[in-house]
Every structure is written in structure tokens, then in C-alpha cells.
Design a protein around this ligand. Structure first.
Ligand code: GDP
Ligand code: IMO
Ligand code: MG
Length: 441
């Protein structure tokens, strides 16, 4: 069977930890979208691993797959594999031949376009990894795929078509100098070498066939979403979004496993008990604007370590946004949720939730489809009594009933509103700091 893990909010909900938690029963863990813009943390036995491309099942020695919906920077991939090897792991990663490769010029263009957009406040605050420009080339049918790296002649043909266009864009449109990232010979040499390494290590696959064969053989396959629903290119707060589909439908198109197979499995929404955001754009429940709110945001940021895993940027912080979660549950069809970071809110007198919005004097329960209208939404808050800080390791060992009553009331509320059972509750970053109520496999 399959289990799909989906971020319910704005990314960084603790997806990596839940993949690791349930990953013991998985045979294969596959990413279906995004690239090295992701930063997924797994904490095991006091060791912290931050993964960008290698699927989080690697910590448990599971086979990892980067599906066709991913954009893969081979430099990052091999660096990450080498670093994990130095730490004593032996990652077994397969890459879809249909996945697109991120080339050095994509990163350069990411930076240039963000800078150009910033004058009109349209920059998304990207991770600078070249994600958007690579998906643009995919949709423009001028991308370079992982399968192309395996054949030096095809690779040269692709580069000879696309690189002069990129050079012209930089020089003629932006009036800047195009550097070594736009040198066809240098790119060909570096990327055909990655192709050689991929081939020698037998790392490329036809992802749909590979994964479906596993499912049909009775194996457990987990799909590891990156980013989150509200930064999905279709369902998120466009244009302050990433360029792929983190929502559950992306698991089908991004791997080649059919929707009937994935739909027979479980789809688990990962929820952070409050909001964090590394990018730009509106955020109705953001804690800001007065000293009390800013102090509270600062407190949560420090307690929760809310600094970007990839970029180190301080994350913006807000109260849980229930219309955002209703939108996520509907879009992906969650069969269960995992609520993380409940410990971070411990010690607050009260905890608020944006229960509904008021928009043009009307109450609304879900997110409006345009980001401008979302920015006009005024949250109507529900206030919950807080719960004390606790010895969370002891609570994790004792199980759900050891959670403070007010924390249980908060979880009941979320579960009722989404009409979805809580499968797991995160009360710390470690593998053992999670209360497990249900196991999807
Ligand atoms: P991902 O991108 O969704 O995998 O999440 P990140 O790894 O970017 O960010 C989540 C951060 O919170 C990491 O540092 C995790 O180790 C940590 N974390 C995950 N779950 C919990 C939790 O329940 N409580 C606390 N305090 N930290 C958590
Ligand atoms: P994980 O998988 C949080 C945000 C960026 C920016 C927007 C576009 O760790 O949850 P991109 O580089 O993708 O073109 O940036 O998306 N973003 C993330 N925010 N977590 C992530 O990944 C993110 N990946 C991208 O900050 O606003
Ligand atoms: Mg992250």
C-alpha cells in the first residue's frame, strides 16, 4: 500500500520527522515534487540530519526515489549522498530519468528574477535554488532531463539549443554579464560526468514502473511531499508560491503511480500547531504590529527554532489558520493528520486560532482564491486556555493521556474541524518525542 505525506500549511511542518517515524514500515520512500529547496529534518538518537534531496527514509536505510515531478540538482544530490556516507549511512537513491535537472544557470536566473520582481513586491523570497526557472523550462519544453545526462550527444544537443537563449536573456534583457554558468563546454563536461556516475551506480529508473512494481509485490511505498499546500503553484497563495504541486495529486503526476493506487492508501496532512513562513506575501494570522504580538512571535521563534533549514532566515510566525487547514484537507483528501510542535506552545497563558475570516463583512470558513483577497481577510479568533510546559520526553513515553487536558482540547478542536483523526502528535524534534495514535502501514 501507499502512504502520502503532505504539508498542510506553508512548509516546514515537520514532514521529515513523520516520514522517519512511519518509515520503519516502508520499503521505499519517494519524493514527487520540488528539489533542494526542501529542508527536511530527522532527529534520531541525538543525531540531527537535514535533508534537501535524499528522501528522509535514508536514515532508516530505505530505498529512496526522486520521481519525475522533482527537479534534481546533481551537484547537491551527490554532495548530500557523500556527506551522509561520511556520517556512516549508505543512501540508496534512484532518480527518475524523466525528472528535470537543475543547471547552474537556473540558480543565476532565480536570483536575477527575484531581484527584478522585488521592485513590485512580487518576489516570493525563494530559496535561490533555481527551482522556478527549471520548472519554467520543463513547461517550455526546453529542459534538460536526468535521462539526457546519460547520453553525451543528447546532452550537447539540449545545451546548444537552450544555453544561448539563457545567455541572451541575461545579457540583452537584464543587461548583465553571463558568467561560466552559461558556458556550454563547461556545462557539458560537468553534467556528462554526473550522467556517468548515475549510470555507473545504476541510479536511474523509470519511476512509475519501479514504484508500481513494488506496490504490486506487496511492498509499502511512502510518498514524501515537500513544501506545503499554501505554497502549491495551483492551490497556494500565488505568486508567493513554489513552482510545483505539494498537494496529494502531485504524488500521482510526480511519480507515475496511478491515482487509484494512491487513493487506496492513506494521505496524512502534517500540521504545525501554529504558522511559520519563510517567504513573502500576506499572512492574516501573523503575530506582528504591536509589542505584545512581536514578543510572542519572538518567543515562539526561539522555542521552536524557527529559522529556515535551507537558508537560515528567521521565519515569520502566526497563530494556526483554520481556513488554511480546511482548504488543505479538502485539496488533498486527508485520511489522517499529524500535529507537530505542540510542545512549543507549552507555557503560554492562552493559545489562539484563526477560526474563520471576515471578508467584506461576511464570515467565511475557507481561503479565497486570490492572494489579494486573502490579504483582506480579518481572522476571527478562538481562544484556548494554554497548557504548561512539561517534561515532554516523559509525556511521549506515557502516551496521549499524559498530554495536558488543554492540549488535548486543542487537538480535539483541530480534528473535529477537519473531520479527520489525529494519527500522531509531535512534542519534540526527536523520533521518540512523538505520540503515535495510529500507524498508516
Ligand atoms: P519539514 O520541512 O516539514 O520536514 O520541516 P523542517 O525540518 O524544515 O522544520 C521542522 C523543525 O522542527 C525541525 O527542526 C524539526 O526537527 C523540528 N520539529 C519537528 N517536529 C517537532 C515537534 O513536534 N516539536 C518541536 N519542538 N520541534 C519539532
Ligand atoms: P520544506 O519541504 C518552507 C518557499 C520559499 C518561497 C517560495 C518559493 O522544507 O517544507 P522556491 O525556492 O521553491 O522557488 O521558493 O517557497 N519554500 C519553502 N518554505 N519550506 C519549504 O520546503 C520551502 N520550499 C520553498 O521560501 O517563499
Ligand atoms: Mg523544511
Amino acid at each position: 500500500m501507499t502512504v502520502t505525506i503532505v504539508g498542510s500549511q506553508l512548509g516546514d511542518e515537520g514532514k521529515g520527522g513523520i516520514v522517519d517515524l512511519y518509515g520503519d514500515a516502508a520499503d521505499v520512500v519517494a519524493r514527487y515534487q520540488g528539489g533542494d529547496n526542501a529542508g527536511h529534518t530527522v532527529v534520531e538518537g541525538g543525531e540531527e540530519y537535514k535533508l534537501s534531496l535524499v528522501p528522509s527514509g535514508a536514515i532508516r536505510g530505505k530505498v529512496g526515489v526522486l520521481g519525475n515531478g522533482c527537479v534534481v540538482n546533481p551537484r547537491t544530490l551527490f554532495d548530500e549522498i557523500d556527506t551522509l556516507r561520511e556520517r556512516g549511512l549508505d543512501p540508496d537513491v534512484r532518480v527518475a530519468q524523466r525528472a528535470h535537472a537543475i543547471l547552474p544557470y537556473h540558480r543565476v536566473l532565480d536570483g536575477i528574477e527575484e531581484e527584478a520582481k522585488s521592485d513590485s513586491d512580487l518576489d516570493a523570497g525563494t530559496t535561490g535554488r533555481g527551482i522556478g526557472p527549471t520548472y519554467e523550462d520543463k513547461a517550455g519544453r526546453r529542459g534538460v532531463r536526468i535521462g539526457d545526462l546519460l547520453d553525451p550527444e543528447t546532452l550537447r544537443d539540449r545545451l546548444e539549443y537552450v544555453v544561448p537563449q539563457k545567455r541572451a536573456l541575461v545579457e540583452d534583457v537584464y543587461g548583465m554579464e553571463a558568467g561560466e554558468e552559461f558556458d556550454i563546454d563547461a556545462l557539458h563536461e560537468e553534467f556528462s560526468e554526473y550522467g556517468r556516475r548515475l549510470r555507473e551506480n545504476d541510479m536511474t529508473v523509470n519511476a512509475g514502473e519501479f514504484l508500481t512494481d513494488h506496490v504490486e509485490a506487496g511492498d509499502n511505498v511512502m510518498f514524501e511531499g515537500a513544501q506545503g499546500t499554501s505554497i502549491d503553484i495551483d492551490h497556494g497563495i500565488y505568486p508567493y508560491v513554489t513552482s510545483s504541486n505539494p498537494t496529494a495529486g502531485g504524488a500521482c503526476t510526480g511519480t507515475g503511480v496511478g491515482p487509484t493506487t494512491i487513493g487506496q492508501g492513506e494521505i496524512i496532512g502534517i500540521v504545525k500547531a501554529y504558522l511559520s513562513r519563510v517567504g513573502t506575501g500576506p499572512l492574516p494570522t501573523e503575530l506582528k504590529g504591536d509589542d505584545e504580538s512581536e514578543d510572542l512571535a519572538e518567543y515562539i521563534r526561539e522555542e521552536g527554532g524557527e529559522y529556515g533549514t535551507v537558508t537560515g532566515r528567521p521565519r515569520r510566525v502566526g497563530w494556526l489558520d483554520m481556513p488554511m487547514l480546511r482548504h488543505a484537507a479538502r485539496t488533498s483528501g486527508f485520511t489522517g493528520i499529524a500535529v507537530n510542535h505542540l510542545d512549543v506552545l507549552g507555557g503560554l497563558d492562552e493559545v489562539k486560532v484563526g477560526h474563520t475570516y471576515t471578508l467584506d463583512g461576511e464570515e467565511t470558513e475557507t481561503m479565497p482564491p486570490t492572494t489579494e483577497r486573502w490579504g483582506d481577510c480579518d481572522p476571527t479568533y478562538r481562544t484556548f486556555d494554554g497548557w504548561p510546559d512539561a517534561d515532554w520526553e516523559a509525556v511521549a513515553a506515557d502516551g496521549y493521556d499524559a498530554l495536558p487536558d488543554n492540549a488535548q482540547a486543542y487537538l480535539d478542536y483541530i480534528s473535529d474541524e477537519l473531520d479527520t483523526p489525529v494519527y500522531a502528535v509531535g512534542i519534540g524534534p526527536g523520533r521518540d518525542e512523538t505520540i503515535v495514535l495510529d500507524r498508516p502501514f
